[in-house]
Design a protein around this ligand. Structure first.
Ligand code: DGJ
Length: 720
């Protein structure tokens, strides 16, 4: 009895505020600069009155119109895309959601959560809308819980994480499409009446053709400093859908969530379904501010160790592919030191004995080192790497199996494939059925054993090279339409349990390049692999695109032999992200090795500004034949400018570049760094001192008469 009272008392003291079911009350979800205002209507439904810049006077919100219903249900009177559509146990395909009450958790903290509880008046189905406001970062997360209080299962036909409404004169959507080696192409389109959908049905490599990211600009095209922009992304490592629909009144609704394609979800009696999180930021000052909001938020809340440090690594994939042996690898350990890097990453091709992995058609699933290649195993490689003064990391692709493998021979029932149909191989491989707890345990144990048995292991690259087709789970039986969702939940379980056991191990998220990147997975990963395409020119565009949403500390960028640009250009492109190498150091000239070592040194000195500073994108490669961007640290005492001349024409003239984010009153020394031995800087008056005001109002002539295609410079700016 006593302990019950104690629990009651503790519960009452928790910072949770239960708001009485006051009809017509307003629910304010505010960050430093943004407000999302919801309102319970006379009819008991909940409406979105406003989303935009925060008002100085809260009383003014009372004058807002009611707006559109916040989380529209299917099967009732609405005529457009619903946020939620369910089929009840008795087959009734409608849902009505009436406001019951709302709660606020942690109202004084930086992360404030509002929960709005809605109930169907006729059926025991409850829907909770969650809004988590990150006050300082101006980011809002929203997601939904759907609670089945019925006696039997209900079917979730559509189950969005978020529905947002806009009323503007025009809407411009920027989305990010691609393919293998061609990720993150930015495309902007004006939305017209009707529907535009950005989605994925690919399962494991969900983001291969479209990334789960968008910028929505109101009343004009997006730009870096002036537009009214919403940047949105779904934290879901699987099929997603963003639905943009303009109705006859020119109102836009944006419905974001899991793609319900082939995924009518069976929710058993008494169970709760929690949707993934939709993350958005609203900026009245263009995409630049939106990115800075997201970067700051991500480093603090959604990238593993986002405010920590990163290793400069040397990967062997581009140099050896799968053709190496112990001797070759050991010879490469010395290369790590030569260029000043920290870690050697052994890529694909080290495992399989009955079916050795000497090409991509064998071995996946058999995670034992190939004896003919590595007779002394992984532990011995780690010891040798350490003796050479470097750390050691390893590549894995634990969700996959090749038909040429012992795993395949033993466990046909562990594999996703259709009965009565030919196997549909993709890169000669199939996906394991993670929905089966036995398979999930196998994957977790494979990873855990590798790490536990090799305590010196300092890095993991987790790859995933196939998407899902001809997908069917032997385990799920009559619940096949839960497959796409349950697979992702199982994957998260594996990530979570692995992280509980190995909380500090740096891990790279990779999917044949950047085909699987999102903010839920990034909670478990320290960086991601944006693309197998490391051509310096291509990477300028790709990394530009990624920078819209992801902080540079998470964006792995390697210097390789792809691309015909100079080593300096390729290095300086990689330096704007998380620098690494995947190049044959033994083939570099002495000058190239010296340059690389110097570049790594500069990078290490400047990396905290690059990783944690505010990003200002100054000249877009989509607008000019060059790209210029800069990072400024939080005290405005250090900045780094990256300047890339792209397809420059003969006698092309470009303007001065006005810097941003500096303190106008400070004096800064402006110095180009990072030249090849014997070369001179292209920045006129290199090393001169200017005020922040001058640098921002007049700007810098970054190239002078040296403007040439595929050249670059890095400029260090230091207050004095
Ligand atoms: C695809 C990755 O993107 C590459 O970096 C490399 O790890 C290969 N897989 C190995 O198969």
């Amino acid at each position: 009895m006593k302990s019950n009272k104690l629990i009651l008392l503790i519960t009452l003291l928790l910072p949770v505020f239960y708001v009485q079911a006051q009809k017509t009350e307003q629910i304010l979800i505010e960050t430093q600069h943004t407000a999302l205002i919801l309102k319970a209507g006379e009819n008991g439904r909940i409406y979105q009155s406003y989303l935009g810049e925060r008002f100085a006077r809260t009383a003014d919100y009372q004058k807002l119109p009611q707006g559109q219903e916040a989380y529209i249900t299917g099967g009732m009177e609405d005529q457009f895309q619903p946020a939620i559509r369910i089929t009840h146990t008795d087959t009734n395909p409608s849902l009505e959601l009436l406001y019951d009450h709302s709660e606020v958790n942690n109202p004084e903290g930086n992360v404030r959560e509002t929960i709005i509880v809605l109930k169907d008046p006729k059926y025991p189905v409850t829907v909770k809308l969650h809004y988590q406001a990150y006050v300082q970062q101006d980011v809002i997360k929203s997601w939904t819980e759907i609670i089945n209080g019925e006696k039997g299962k209900i079917i979730l036909q559509d189950y969005a994480s978020s529905m947002l409404h806009f009323n503007a004169a025009s809407y411009w959507l920027t989305h990010f499409n691609g393919d293998w080696a061609a990720e993150m192409k930015m495309q902007e389109t004006k939305l017209t009446s009707g529907i535009k959908e950005i989605d994925s049905k690919l399962g494991t490599r969900a983001a291969m053709y479209q990334s789960p990211l968008f910028l929505l600009s109101l009343n004009g095209q997006v730009n870096e400093n002036n537009a009214e922009v919403i940047a949105g992304t779904l934290a879901w490592t699987g099929n997603f859908r963003f639905h943009f629909e303009i109705d006859p009144n020119n109102s836009l609704r944006v419905v974001s969530g899991i793609n319900s394609y082939a995924s009518a979800y069976q929710l058993a009696a008494g169970k709760t379904f929690t949707t993934p999180v939709f993350i958005f930021t609203y900026s009245a000052h263009g995409s630049g501010q939106a990115s800075r909001n997201l970067h700051q938020w991500a480093r603090n809340y959604s990238v593993m160790d986002g405010n920590g440090s990163r290793l400069v690594l040397l990967n062997n994939w581009e140099t050896t592919n799968m053709h190496f042996d112990e001797e070759k690898l050991v010879s490469m350990f010395g290369d790590v030191n030569k260029i000043g890097a920290d870690l050697f990453l052994l890529d694909d091709g080290w495992f399989g004995n009955k079916y050795p992995r000497s090409s991509d058609n064998a071995g996946l699933g058999d995670w034992q080192p190939t004896r003919t290649k590595l007779p002394h195993g992984i532990g011995n490689l780690i010891t040798k790497a350490e003796a050479a003064g470097t750390k050691f990391g390893i590549w894995m692709e634990p969700e996959m199996v090749n038909p040429s493998s012992e795993l395949y021979e033993k466990h046909q029932d562990w594999i996703l494939k259709l009965p009565n149909r030919a196997e549909n191989l993709y890169r000669n491989q199939l996906t394991l059925d993670l929905t089966n707890p036995e398979v999930k345990a196998f994957v977790l144990k494979t990873m855990d054993d590798l790490i536990t048995k090799n305590p010196g292991l300092a890095f993991i690259k987790w790859d995933c090279n196939r998407l899902m087709t001809n997908t069917w789970s032997p385990y799920l039986k009559d619940k096949q339409s839960n497959l796409f969702v349950d697979y992702v939940h199982a994957l998260y379980d594996i990530f979570r349990q692995l992280r509980q056991k190995h909380p500090d191990l740096p891990m790279m998220l990779c999917s044949g390049g950047g085909a699987r990147i999102d903010y839920e997975a990034m909670k478990y990963f320290t960086e991601f692999w944006p693309s197998d395409n490391t051509d310096g020119l291509e990477r300028v565009y790709m990394q530009w695109g990624y920078s819209m949403f992801y902080p540079s500390i998470a964006v792995a960028a390697h210097v390789t032999s792809w691309g015909k640009q100079s080593l300096k250009f390729r290095t300086e492109v990689a330096m704007m992200g998380k620098l690494g190498y995947d190049i044959d150091v033994s083939k570099m000239s002495a000058d190239e090795v010296a340059f690389s070592k110097q570049a790594v040194g500069h990078y290490k000195r400047l990396s905290s500004t690059i990783w944690k500073g505010d990003l200002y994108r100054l000249i877009s490669p989509y607008a000019e034949n060059r790209a210029v961007l800069m990072y400024v640290d939080s005290t405005k005492s250090k900045a780094v400018v990256f300047n890339y001349n792209l397809n420059i024409r003969e006698r092309e003239v470009v303007g001065r570049v006005k810097l941003q984010g500096l303190a106008p009153e400070k004096q800064y020394q402006v110095k180009e760094i990072n030249q090849m031995p014997g070369a001179t800087a292209i920045l006129p008056n290199n090393g001169a001192t200017y005020s922040g005001e001058l640098l921002m109002k007049i700007g810098l002539d970054l190239n002078s008469w040296h403007l040439k295609p595929l050249t670059s410079s890095v400029i260090e700016i230091t207050d004095i």
